[in-house]
Write a protein that binds this ligand. Sequence first.
Ligand code: PGA
Length: 272
Amino acid sequence: MGHDPGMRPVVVAANWKMHTTPDDAGELARTIARRTGEPSVVRVICAPFVCLAAVRDALVDTDPPVAVGAQNIHHEMQGAFTGEISALMLTGLATWVIVGHSERRRDAGETDRLVGRKLGRAVEAGLRPILCVGELLEDRDAGRAEAVVESQVRGALAGLDPGALEAAGLVVAYEPVWAIGTGRTARGADAAAMAEAIRASAASAGWPHAAGGLPILYGGSVTASNIAEFLAEPAVDGALVGGASLKPDEMAGIVARAALTAQARADPARTS
Ligand code: PGA
C-alpha cells in the first residue's frame, strides 16, 4: 500500500502486567531506563496502576525520556463504577495506555465495542493509546487470522474520529493470542502481513493518511534473541514486550536492536 516506514517511530513498550509493587517498581524502571538509553527509540513502561506514581517519579529526570503507560482504563470517564480507574484519573501519572489486551478480552469479557469506547476515553483524556488485537490459535489454524484481526480493528475504531485518533498518536499492537507468554512467536513475515492487513483495515475505517503512518508493534514472546526477526520487516515498527520486559538484560538487547532500525529509518543510507 505504498507506505513509508521512515515516517513512523520505532516503539518498544514494556507491559509489566500484574508484576511489581510500589516498593520495587521505581528501581526496576530506573534500571531499564539506564540500560536502554537510545534517543531514537520511543520507550514506554506500562506498569500496574498502583505503581504508576513510583515509576513516574523514578523516570522524571530520565534523558532521553521514558514514557509511563497504564494497562487499562474504564470505558466511562467517571461514575458509579466501584473499583474502576478512568482515563481522567491517570492525569499526571501516565501519558500512554494499553486498551484491549487479549488477557482482558479473555478475563474481563472485553468486546471490540467496549475496547472502542475505551479508545475514545483515552483520546479525550489526551492519552496515547496502544490498541491490542490478535487472533486465537484456532483462528489461525482455520485460516481466518486476518479476518479476525481486521474485524477487531474495524470494531474498535467504529464511530471514533480518525483525525482525533491520529492526533492522539494511536499505536496498534498485533499480538497473536497463542504467542503471548508461551515462548512461541509468529514468523516475522506473518507479523508483517498482518501489519499490512491492519493498516488496510484502518484505511477502510477512514484513517486519514491511508493508514501509512499508523505504527504497528508485534507482541507475543518477544525477547532480545528474536526481536530482530520482527524488526527486519519494514511493516513492523517495534514491540510490545511482556515477560521479557521485567528483565533489564532483555530490554537492553531489544532496545539496542530497535535503535538500529530507528537509525536506518532516519538515515536510509545506513543499513539495519
Ligand atoms: P509476552 O506478553 O511478551 O510475555 O508474550 C506480551 C503481551 O501480552 O503484551
